[in-house]
Design a binder for this molecule. Structure first.
Ligand SMILES: C[S@@+](CC[C@H](N)C(=O)[O-])C[C@H]1O[C@@H](n2cnc3c(N)ncnc32)[C@H](O)[C@@H]1O
Length: 216
């Protein structure tokens, strides 16, 4: 299971970009996003998307980010902190993939509740917590993280950083994600839109079809 922690979210100021961090995390295979304070706007956006597009991605709040990270590590999880000051993703990603997926099975992670436990040496995927900052990230986050990873050493965006990291981790496979319980589904087409709606009895109907794709 992949979790994303948004550290230092500043309410009104960050609400749009934090929503994008959450939705990007969901789209690219995370199971939940953890904030360090509640935010109705982000929480509502996440819930609305999940309701229509399916899956069980959750918005969570941790009372203490430090305790959450320590507990996560105690339960044998791996913590990766994305920061432009870290080791370059190009150099370190294969080590992380080998550690998180000792079986080599780094495919679609959605809804995978991995069974990590303290004493196990079994080759099961490990839980991964990805920390992404908003305001200045405290020194302790760098120290607690198993990996401090840069997506290049230029400053850019938390949304870009989480997208590239999760995509590299799962080698593009989450770009095919779809959920059985979605009420809306997109059929890729070359030019235009092809959207179908689920009637909640498992049948999908054409909803918005302006697709000029010879194959459809
Ligand atoms: C816009 S930055 C703000 C950073 C903040 N001013 C600081 O000094 O920590 C927000 C977050 O985006 C992520 N980020 C930005 N550029 C990155 C990069 N090149 N590599 C990895 N993460 C990056 C980091 O997680 C960072 O905490």
């Amino acid at each position: 299971m992949i979790e994303v922690m948004r550290l230092g979210h500043r309410g009104e100021r960050d609400k749009r970009i934090s929503t994008h961090v959450a939705l990007t995390s969901r789209a690219l295979g995370a199971s939940n996003i953890i904030f360090t304070s509640s935010d109705k706007h982000v929480n509502g956006s996440v819930d609305r998307i999940t309701e229509s597009w399916g899956g069980d991605f959750k918005f969570k709040v941790a009372d203490s980010w430090k305790s959450y990270v320590k507990e996560f590590k105690k339960n044998n999880g791996i913590v990766a902190h994305l920061t432009m000051y870290g080791e370059n993703i190009n150099e370190i990603m294969s080590e992380i993939i080998n550690e998180v997926y000792p079986t080599g099975n780094n495919n679609n992670n959605n809804n995978n509740n991995n069974n990590n436990n303290n004493n196990s040496n079994e080759k099961v995927p490990k839980n991964l917590l990805v920390i992404i900052g908003a305001e200045k990230v405290p020194r302790e986050a760098y120290e607690l993280a198993d990996y401090n990873i840069s997506v290049g050493n230029q400053p850019h965006s938390e949304v870009a950083a989480i997208a590239i990291f999760l995509d590299r981790l799962t080698m593009g496979k989450n770009l095919y994600s779809e959920y059985e319980d979605s009420t809306i589904k997109v059929i890729p087409c070359k030019n235009g839109k092809n959207v179908i709606m689920n009637d909640l009895e498992g049948e999908y109907d054409d909803f918005d079809k302006e697709c000029n794709d010879e194959n459809q």
